[in-house]
Write a protein that binds this ligand. Structure first.
Ligand code: FCB
Length: 443
């Protein structure tokens, strides 16, 4: 039931930041008061979302934000990570949606009043449809539009924001969205996946320059997802497959930021499958960052396939989460140490970590012991990485509350707070209570 950390744990030191995370499309609802985004379109396309749901209401957070801030404050967290919906701030004609901007400003004021640090993500996948209509992330101009949007938001928010992340998981907005086709806008084209990735990274670099100017005191960086890539067997082919997957899924998004170049795998791709780049792009992309956000959920196992490429081997051995993801806490320590050895890293925040479980609400309680165990093990894994020398300054649980889990709809519950989608009633799960106790016992 409880989560225990040693009294001397670095996680319990006063400067270590504990928080909870959400994202705009997944919780906000109030779709009528913003521009449609690519996820609205995707949800309207039959067969794309498992339970045929959409983000029109979600957790109704725009209407219930005051209560949600009380909920967050009640957990005793130091920080709240959330994202801004681009299309709630900038209208199709380029004008500012003043009410949308005011919504985020009052949220920031309320957090400030409660002494909760605001970790703002500028892009968590909800690209305005009006930009998608002009090619979305395949259009280089979208990167410049992102810098303009960043300029508007940062000027309006002033010093209310503790930390800005430009993008959340560009791997997902590039690979899953344009190559694997399972996220919006749902294309399946290898060259396009890489082109989208390049434009996303460019957008990040351009926005970093704006952040430096407009928010020089904020901690500015980016959030990437990582998964250690393990070979399915000791065969040379599988070992090579796992190595390629690591380059393609992990290093592809980090090496450009820290070293100004793509991994060697790029040069092995056919010319017509490489992204188009313009001279000077890599220097923009490598703009220094104040922190790197690391999202971690699981590891991935790969085998070589007939095409000389890699295929993932779905996990079958328990314990698995409700997503079918293997619970593999030591992978978090492993990837952090591997990155630490490979690069000169900026300070790290674990910006997402958590698990979907088949929760049931029984007499106002959710006994999510497996999620409690998940947090226990991953907090321990974080501590192990710190002890081995990685500079980790904070940890955010994904997610504050159950929400719209993208292509899975509402069926997968990642929250530490249970949401009844009929009544919008929020109920603390046992994991929320266990985390709250960890946070409270620090003082
Ligand atoms: C991450 C996303 C987040 C959530 C979790 C489960 O990839 O950043 O929005 O969906 O996975």
């Amino acid at each position: 039931m409880k989560i225990t950390l040693a009294k001397t744990s670095p996680l319990l030191q006063p400067n270590f930041v504990f928080g909870v995370a959400t994202s705009s499309f997944q919780i906000e609802g109030a779709a009528d008061s913003r521009e449609p985004c690519i996820w609205d379109t995707f949800c309207d396309t039959p067969g794309r979302i498992k339970d045929n749901s959409d983000g029109k209401v979600a957790c109704d957070h725009v209407a219930r934000w005051r209560d949600d801030i009380e909920l967050i404050a009640g957990l005793g967290v130091d920080a709240y990570r959330f994202s801004i919906a681009w299309g709630r701030v900038i209208n199709r004609d380029g004008s500012i949606n003043e009410a949308g901007l005011a919504f985020y400003q009052q949220l920031l004021d309320a957090l400030q009043a409660k002494n909760i640090k605001a970790f703002v993500t500028l892009y968590h996948w909800d690209l305005p449809q009006y930009l998608e209509d002009h090619g979305g992330w395949l259009n280089r101009n979208t990167a410049y539009k992102f810098a303009e949007y960043t300029d508007i938001v940062t000027k309006a928010f002033g010093d209310k924001v503790y930390s800005y992340a430009t993008l959340n998981e560009p791997f997902c907005s590039a690979y899953l969205s344009y190559e694997a086709g399972i996220h919006a806008p749902g294309f399946q084209n290898r060259q396009q996946g890489r082109q989208a990735a390049h434009h996303l990274l460019l957008a990040h670099g351009l926005a970093m320059r704006v952040l430096r100017k407009n928010a020089p005191h904020a901690k500015n960086g980016i959030v990437l997802n990582f998964s250690p890539c393990h070979p399915a067997s000791n065969s040379a082919a599988d070992v090579r497959a796992a190595e390629m997957a690591d380059q393609y899924h992990n290093q592809w998004y980090l090496q450009p930021l820290l070293e100004g170049c793509y991994p060697p795998l790029l040069a092995e791709l056919a010319a017509n499958e490489q992204p188009l780049m313009v001279d000077g792009d890599m220097a923009i992309i490598a703009e220094p960052i104040d922190f790197l956000g690391v999202n971690y959920y699981t590891r991935t196992v790969y085998r070589a396939n007939e095409k000389g490429w890699f295929s993932d081997v779905p996990p079958t051995t328990p314990p698995l989460t409700d997503m079918g993801w293997e619970i593999y806490p030591k992978g978090l320590t492993e990837i952090l140490l591997a990155l630490h050895q490979r690069y000169t890293l900026p300070p790290i925040y674990i910006t997402e970590n958590g698990a979907a479980m088949p929760d049931t609400l029984l007499q106002d309680k959710v006994a999510d012991q497996h999620r409690v165990d998940y947090f226990q093990q991953h907090l321990q894994a974080t501590e192990d990485a710190i002890k081995a020398g990685v500079d980790i300054q904070g940890y955010f649980a994904w997610s504050l509350m159950d929400n719209f889990e993208w292509a899975e709809g509402y069926a997968k519950r990642f929250g530490i707070v249970y949401v009844d989608y009929v009544t919008q009633q929020r109920t603390l799960k046992n994991s929320a209570i266990a985390l709250r106790d960890v946070f409270a016992n620090r003082r």
